[in-house]
Design a protein around this ligand. Sequence first.
Ligand SMILES: Cc1cc2nc3c(=O)[nH]c(=O)nc-3n(C[C@H](O)[C@H](O)[C@H](O)COP(=O)(O)OP(=O)(O)OC[C@H]3O[C@@H](n4cnc5c(N)ncnc54)[C@H](O)[C@@H]3O)c2cc1C
Length: 224
Amino acid sequence: MIEKFYDFIIVGSGAAGGVLAYNLNKSRAKVLLIEAGKFFRKDTFPRTEFEYTTQLFWGGGLEFDKNGKMAYLRGKCVGGTTIVNQCLLDRFDEVAFSEWRLISGIDFFSENKMKKYYDKIEKKLVLQEIPEKFYNKNTKIFIEGCNKNSYGWAPLRRGQSDCNLENGNDCIGCLGGCHRDSKQSTLVAFIQKAEKENLEILSEFFVEDFEHFKDYVLVNGIKK
Ligand SMILES: Cc1cc2nc3c(=O)[nH]c(=O)nc-3n(C[C@H](O)[C@H](O)[C@H](O)COP(=O)(O)OP(=O)(O)OC[C@H]3O[C@@H](n4cnc5c(N)ncnc54)[C@H](O)[C@@H]3O)c2cc1C
């Protein structure tokens, strides 16, 4: 049993938890960030596809719904799914928001209302488009197809700071954790910065439940 008290305990260090922990820590609160998965960094991420699939994902990368009809992927490591995702970070537009508004009834889903939040978070990230001179053959064929059929297209924005494309680096190894700290995962953009300001991180701890008492909340779980 760890007997320690915090102002905030955040469970899960992905896109949601990592950013929340960063901001609460910045406000000088005493914060603990708990993560079920392992804590890898740029020089310790597993190198091969087999190793990173089995170590960075829940279920070793093989999870299905109860009926076995749909497979899905969930990151399980410090940084969560932002460690293994593509890090394409475009804003959603009214096409998406209007449908979500309709389904959810939440009027907050709109380009206008979301703008100030996008503006705020984007200041913390390095966002880049791949310059045209680095487009590969697939991309060129795709663009040609769009143009021939008069479909609009636009490059996607990625969260990346230094992919070293000028020197011929075209790695997509970042899907198993970026070895350059270029990909703007929660780990790179938030958690490592907050660590320098005393954010505490407990990895390989699976939270099972919470007990609510008058003056505090007890977090129960298993240290793996
Ligand atoms: C392959 C792939 C590619 C993607 N590409 C993109 C993309 O290009 N652009 C984009 O915007 N989005 C992308 N996404 C989606 C995006 O990564 C997720 O929407 C986002 O990470 C979700 O954030 P989250 O904080 O909700 O969950 P996560 O990032 O999954 O974080 C949750 C964390 O909580 C931990 N956790 C869960 N339960 C417990 C527990 N009981 N105790 C302790 N820890 C726990 C997990 O281990 C995990 O680390 C992609 C997703 C996948 C799978």
